[in-house]
Write a protein that binds this ligand. Structure first.
Ligand code: SF4
Ligand code: SF4
Length: 443
């Protein structure tokens, strides 16, 4: 089958060879686990436990704090040590629940009991997804139950699984394609039960032929589910790019995927849906890639949410040299962190540890008007003009130039020979403009 794609984008070296061959290894936390209340988009979760409480594996320890929010379930059994604010990866403070792991893994009643999803209604399935605390695990963290709650009358004809994994270095979804393709197909069948008029498509970049093969085998006999190879190009996994590549439909910042008849779900999220609905197992674990040229043994670990990142680094053999930069996520859209003494969250797909040579830190110089950022932008924006308006704090010009359509993919920064920090300025300005609009609407 021919690979599909979108216009624009860049071709960074994918560096996936570092960890792609490393089978997923299951780790348990040695120390205490920390559960952040803001590990998703929307209102922070609200703690349901107090210091001294005994908690069980799979127990809901925090409830959703609003419609766009998600609850949190415990990934071990043990005792609540603290419910207090802690400094997060962004340097901000957020409420967290700290649990001392007793390593007994005593689970809540019903945990792991099989359920026949074909006998469940659409509402029951969406409730099971909400109860399990599932959010987009590719990095976005949007609550999945909200995504599945589409307005009456909206016809969904495509469930697209984002299995592109287009960010360099990250291999957690790739390993899951090789190791757990059946579970992902089960997750897709569950969503097709919710949206019976849709067909299911796994979009996979064509640099993962074994992943495509594995998924195609798991799809055999399921007429409504197929695998669509996609050209290896960043940001192929971006929601808008994926929808365009698969359906040729376009959406913008004012539209939802449902407006184009689509629901887009990340690959790890699909497996979490299968576990929650068919096995009554809430989201308490995820696979994290630990990689980069400073890591002794680049690895993929299946870990409990809340485990300290430092435990993952230790399990990967530690550092060969002290990293210049540690990034949660990939090099294009990930966030640099100041310490590994931070917990894994539902959205931690990768811990990337780069030396000075590999890290992109480099002094920017003057724009040479080469126009490369223009051709790389998948949203067909003018990144240099947007940066100029952002630097001048010219909100009107920024909006007129379409700055709110920026998806923060980082292609412009990556391609710029003058190393100008285009996407960083544009993303900050976009956040600022959106916050101002929100304030204005609230008045
Ligand atoms: S302007 Fe935004 S959407 Fe365009 S390349 Fe830069 S970061 Fe990506
Ligand atoms: S890619 Fe960099 S140097 Fe070239 S036009 Fe854009 S900002 Fe200027």
């Amino acid at each position: 089958m021919l690979s599909k794609t979108f216009r624009g984008g860049v071709h960074p070296a994918d560096k996936k060879e570092l960890a792609a061959g490393a089978e997923t290894v299951r780790l348990e936390a040695k120390g205490e686990l920390e559960f952040l209340m803001n590990q998703h988009i929307g209102a922070p979760a609200k703690p349901l436990v107090a210091v001294g409480d005994r908690v069980l594996l799979g127990q809901r320890i925090a409830e959703a704090g609003g419609f766009v929010s998600a609850g949190i379930c415990c990934s071990c059994s043990g005792t609540v040590k603290a419910v207090s604010p802690m400094v997060t990866q962004t340097g901000d403070e957020a409420m967290a629940i700290v649990v001392e792991n007793d390593s007994e893994y005593e689970a809540v009643e019903g945990y792991g009991e099989p359920r026949d999803y074909t006998k469940m209604s659409k509402e029951e399935i969406i409730k099971a997804v909400a109860d399990a605390g599932i959010v987009g695990m590719g990095g976005a963290g949007f609550p999945t139950a909200v995504k599945l709650t589409v307005k009456d009358g909206v016809k969904i004809d495509h469930i697209i699984c984002n299995a592109a994994e287009c960010e360099p270095y990250i291999t957690c979804d790739y390993r899951l394609m090789l190791e757990r393709a059946d579970d992902a197909v089960l997750g897709m069948k569950i969503l097709l039960h919710v949206f019976p008029e849709a067909k299911g498509v796994f979009g996979v970049e064509d640099n993962k032929p074994l992943g495509i093969e594995s998924l195609a085998k798991a799809c055999e006999g399921s007429e409504k589910i197929s695998v669509q190879p996609l050209k290896k190009k960043y940001p192929q996994g971006g929601e808008r790019m994926l929808i365009y590549a698969v359906t040729k439909r376009k959406i913008n910042s004012k539209m939802l995927p449902a407006d184009a008849g689509c629901v887009v779900v990340n690959y790890s999220t699909l497996i979490a849906i299968a576990e929650a609905v068919a096995k009554n197992m809430p989201l308490t674990r995820r696979v994290v890639t630990v990689t980069g040229d400073c890591v002794k043994t680049p690895s993929n670990f299946d870990v409990p949410i809340g485990i300290k990142v430092s435990e993952l680094i230790e399990a990967a053999g530690g550092f060969t040299v002290e990293p210049e930069e540690i990034i949660f996520g990939g090099p294009m859209m990930g966030a640099a962190v100041y310490t590994t003494d931070l917990p894994v969250t539902k959205t931690t797909s990768c811990v990337l540890c780069l030396s000075k040579d590999e890290s992109k830190g480099c002094e920017p110089t003057e724009c040479i008007r080469c126009g490369q950022c223009l051709y790389a932008c998948p949203e067909h924006l003018m990144p240099i003009e947007l940066k100029n308006s952002a630097d001048r704090l010219d909100y009107d010009k920024f909006e007129k130039l379409g700055g709110l359509e920026c998806i923060g993919c980082g292609c412009c920064t990556y391609i710029c020979p003058a190393k100008r920090r285009l996407s960083q300025s544009i993303t900050m300005m976009k956040r600022y403009v959106l916050a101002e609009k929100k304030k204005g609407a609230a008045k």
